[in-house]
Design a protein around this ligand. Structure first.
Ligand code: R5P
Length: 307
């Protein structure tokens, strides 16, 4: 096959032989190799596959992500707003970056033609019927199952300060190791038990412990002093929404979290329990990706909401 410089293969097809006048190739001598760096916090020294998956999670233009969490059924059964995953999740998918769910929820209710990358919850925990949900969790889906689900991220729940702390950190380490083997990042999830105060001190401790134990992303909660929490955590933090708030308040929480260093949300109830879930997903996205204020985003929500 001749190249533009006139070098063509020899008659036997294997040896290149010069033919015709050489054209000038441009090797851009003097131009430094282009290395844009990597925009995800704490990921500069990871390998290509891991970075590529993280870049599908955190949008390169904003560095942030809107993840839709709909994994609640793994301990809560048919949570309000998620009674029919097949009716609720597909219409929301176009308005979020990442779908965060369980293997069963995704496989049974979300068509595989969906274009969003998937963050897969890979652990099981005690159901809401137990007082201590930290007691006795384990692996619900191994790395082979996660790869079959085409997951770009594995989510593992941890219970810092609860009786199940040690067990959950063991599970996190197992998931981090399995993911690292195949270039799949792990999101460590900070669970807040009934007995745990949602304080800066607690979240500083919990998020840092998860990152130091290998989580590539940490999912936590917004709190007073949140900028200290994000500063001290060497990987990106995304916030859960927590229990349903009025839409304006949920947008204020998202706005403050982003302004104070969060790299996105992994939000469930404040989207799928909103009066208009697609409008809320879009309003959250405007805060997370466009840097809109909470009041601008709320105005957008009201304008977009179906009356
Ligand atoms: C927590 O156990 C659930 O798995 C959710 O992923 C998480 O709490 C985020 O959802 P929400 O915004 O409803 O708190």
């Amino acid at each position: 096959m001749p190249d533009a410089d006139g070098i063509t293969p020899g008659q036997d097809g294997t040896k290149p032989a010069p033919s015709g006048p050489a054209q000038t190739k441009d090797y851009h001598l003097g131009v430094a190799p282009q290395d844009a760096g990597f925009p995800v916090k704490g990921a500069a020294h990871l390998e290509w596959g891991m970075k590529n998956r993280l870049a599908r999670m955190f949008r390169p233009d904003s560095g942030n992500t809107v993840m839709l969490a709909f994994d609640h059924g793994y301990i809560m059964g048919p949570t309000t707003g998620l009674e029919r995953l097949d009716l609720v999740i597909p219409p929301l998918a176009p308005y979020v970056d990442v779908l965060m769910g369980t293997r069963g929820g995704l496989r049974g209710c979300v068509p595989p033609t969906v274009q969003n990358p998937v963050c897969l919850r890979v652990g099981y925990d005690a159901s809401v019927l137990f007082d201590d949900m930290s007691d006795g969790g384990g692996l619900a889906c191994d790395i082979a199952g996660a790869l079959r689900m085409n997951a770009i991220c594995l989510a593992a729940q941890t219970f810092i300060g609860a009786p199940g702390e040690k067990n959950s950190l063991g599970l996190l380490a197992q998931v981090v190791d399995a993911g690292a083997k195949y270039g799949v990042p792990t999101m460590g999830v900070v669970a807040v038990g009934k007995q745990m105060a949602r304080t800066e001190q607690f979240f500083l401790l919990a998020t840092r412990i998860l990152a130091e134990n290998g989580a590539n992303v940490v999912k936590s909660y917004y709190c007073d002093g949140f900028e200290h929490v994000t500063a001290a955590c060497p990987v990106p933090i995304v916030i859960a929404g927590g229990k349903k708030l009025p839409e304006a308040e949920a947008l204020t929480m998202a706005y403050r979290a982003i302004a104070e260093g969060a790299h996105g949300v992994d939000m469930g109830r404040n989207i799928f329990q909103a009066a208009d879930p697609p409008a809320m997903a879009q309003a959250v996205s405007r805060v997370v990706h466009l840097g809109e204020s909470d009041s601008q985003a709320y105005e957008y929500y009201l304008d977009t909401k179906q009356r």
